[in-house]
Design a protein around this ligand. Sequence first.
Ligand SMILES: [Zn+2]
Length: 52
Amino acid sequence: MVKEINKNDKKYFQCESCGFFYKDKELAEKCQAYCDEHNSCSLEITKHAVQI
Ligand SMILES: [Zn+2]
């Protein structure tokens, strides 16, 4: 499941499988789905990840 995180008044979404954060819930869900299915990350998705 994608986790919702609030930091500095901003909302982020975390893929619970790989731990990457996204500003976009859709991307986090995509990452989560990919991680769960493939047991690894998609570079196409994780390049959109953000540092928080
Ligand atoms: Zn992921």
